[in-house]
Design a protein around this ligand. Structure first.
Ligand code: ARG
Length: 590
């Protein structure tokens, strides 16, 4: 199906042509004066300038050709030369009815399904997930689901930090505490034990301790670097111990991401590509791209048009160790070999913007990717507390993601229980509070443009009113309960039986529904899940106005009632599809 704006544009363009003007001037947009009209065309303005005539003359001539057009209930030329349009209710009804009939509500499939790798999450093993990792996971998951819905083949890769100095630090501290572990015994020949000599809780305490010590104690740091080197060069005991760290960490990460309804196809990390590094670096040297500068091996990536300094990409430090850049480049090489993607999308804090500029330029320049492979960095803003500073715990520490989620779930549970007479059991309330809590967190994040900072406001996010996740869920639950009642009274939902609107609020609801395709494709093209949020917020508002102004279940005219039911059923399906794209779901009741 075409987008509704394209259909309307087509009608108006034809009128331009019929009046002797170029059709391109017929572009229609949603009215920015909804009090005057629903849609508008401003094409006469620019055209009149070219033709040295008054815009109103052009507009009048076009409007004359629109007379009698069944798509419009109103087409008028207004000074200085705008064309104001209202569409015929029948035109919208027909469109909405087709949405109810067609797969994906009539969303057009892309000309070519693209292969898209999405690099998000980016946790570091042996460290607890903190709120800094929330946005990458939440936005990345939504972007992935949107890409898929639109019809592309998207692969999500977690890209764990699992290979650098932090690993050496953890192992050094372990050796400090348990020097007799067989992993550290060079002469040990046997099998290594099944069970890890630590728990996740141990690891989470060990890393910060080790990191703190290394900052104060040079010798300790040197040992950690040595341990990192041993791991990277494949010393058996170090590899075995590292495997245990990965096992313990990954199962904990899986649990955490599952709770967020975030799912990765690939659990790769920096370590997954370490074997590709020597060959890649050698080739960059042989091809004349990499050269030594002050002992380090670098690739220049600055360009003449740069307005600010873009430093070279550093492949190897002067001690020969690989860097963050090097693993990202080797990961690109790996992805190209395995998936040959059309696009790779990265989600990190926007402070890594310059870094990704360097990496992308280096990948293009050295031929790791094709000229037309799109490398995209979505740099997101910071989640702040109410004080406008990066979100912290009450005593100023870094907030663990788990605790943040717990806080929100508890708040939701409180609200559900306060709302007595809902007849929900304690068990159901607990389950429901988690579902709504997740919506509160994700919607609170996704309703902002990714690049913007936002304030994490527990009270606002968990409110059932306003532009919030719970409000959207509440609307869905409201529709479900009407439909349930309808069915329990012996009604049968005929999903395609959408009828002409009986009042303004019904027409408005239909009009908002027609914007589905533009919202979803817009979210995909701009990589902005907030487009979907804005759409469902409008849709929920339109549904609730319609609900308040229309007697649905008590409507006596069976035909009208059938139409109402079909329309709210479509609204529910669209809302549910959209929240699924955003990565959350609705409960049965709330
Ligand atoms: N592990 C990194 C961090 O915590 C994020 C990784 C982002 N992805 C990437 N391909 N560099 O900062």
């Amino acid at each position: 199906m075409e987008k509704i704006l394209d259909l309307i544009t087509k009608e108006v363009s034809e009128a331009f042509v019929a009046a002797g003007y170029p059709g391109e001037a017929g572009r229609v947009s949603i009215s920015n004066r909804p009090d005057l009209c629903e849609y508008q065309c401003n094409g006469s303005m620019a055209l009149a300038k070219q033709l040295h005539t008054a815009p109103i003359n052009v507009a009048n001539a076009v409007v004359e050709k629109l007379v009698g057009n069944p798509a419009f209930s109103k087409a008028e030329a207004v000074m200085p030369g705008f064309i104001n349009l209202n569409v015929n209710p029948e035109f919208i009804t027909e469109y909405v009815r087709s949405m109810a009939k067609e797969d994906k509500f009539g969303l057009k499939a892309p000309e070519k399904a693209l292969k898209i790798v999405i690099d998000y999450g980016g946790p570091n093993v042996a460290k607890a997930l903190h709120v800094g990792h929330l946005r990458s996971a939440v936005i990345g998951e939504a972007v992935k689901r949107i890409c898929r819905y639109v019809g592309h083949d998207a692969i999500g890769d977690i890209h764990m930090g699992d290979w650098g100095l932090p690993m050496g630090l953890v192992m050094t501290e372990l050796q400090e505490r348990k020097p007799d572990l067989c992993y550290f015994d060079e002469n040990y020949q046997g099998e290594y034990p099944e069970e890890a000599p630590f728990t996740v809780a141990d690891l989470e305490e060990i890393y910060p301790t080790a990191s703190g010590k290394s900052k104060e104690d040079e010798a300790y740091k040197a040992r950690a670097m040595e341990a990192t080197f041993k791991l990277q060069s494949g010393v058996r005991g170090y590899r075995a111990l590292w495997n245990k760290i990965i096992d313990v960490s990954v199962s904990d990460l899986k649990r955490n991401y599952d709770n967020l309804d975030v799912h990765f196809d690939l659990w790769n990390g920096e370590s997954s590509v370490h074997e590709l590094i020597p060959g890649m670096v050698q080739k960059m040297k042989d091809d004349g791209f990499a050269h030594y500068s002050e002992g380090a091996l670098v690739v220049d990536v600055k360009e003449e048009t740069d307005t600010k300094e873009v430093p070279p990409c550093m492949l190897l430090k002067s001690d020969g160790a690989a860097k963050y850049d090097t693993t990202d480049l080797a990961t690109i090489l790996d992805r190209m070999e395995k998936y040959n993607p059309d696009k790779i999308i990265y989600l990190t804090d926007k402070r890594q913007e310059l870094y990704f500029t360097q990496v992308f330029r280096c990948a293009k320049k050295t031929g790791l990717v094709h000229d037309d492979t799109e490398l995209i960095h979505i740099g997101f803003g910071t989640m702040n507390g109410k004080d406008g500073k990066p979100f912290k715990t009450r005593d100023g520490g870094v907030m663990r993601l788990e605790y943040l989620i717990k806080d929100i779930n508890e708040e939701m549970l409180k609200k559900l229980i306060e709302n007595e007479n809902r007849g929900i059991s304690e068990e159901e309330a607990e389950k429901t509070s988690k579902i709504i809590g997740l919506a509160a967190i994700k919607y609170g994040d996704l309703s902002n443009q990714p690049s913007k900072d936002y304030v994490f406001d527990l009270d606002r996010f968990t409110s059932f009113e306003g532009n919030t996740g719970p409000y959207i869920l509440y609307t869905i639950v409201r529709i479900k309960s009407i439909l349930d009642k309808f069915v329990s009274q012996g009604g049968k939902i005929n999903a395609e039986a959408i009828k002409s609107p009986v009042n303004e609020s019904e027409k408005e609801l239909m009009k908002v529904l027609t914007g589905f395709q533009a919202a979803v494709t817009g979210a995909y093209e701009e990589l902005s899940p907030n487009r979907v949020c804005a759409f469902i917020y409008d849709l929920a508002n339109a549904l609730n106005s319609f609900y308040h102004e229309t007697k649905i279940l008590t409507e006596e005219d069976a035909d009208k009632k059938e139409g109402f039911i079909a329309l709210i059923n479509l609204t529910k399906n669209v809302l549910e599809t959209c929240i699924d794209m955003l990565g959350f779901s609705a409960p049965e009741r709330m």
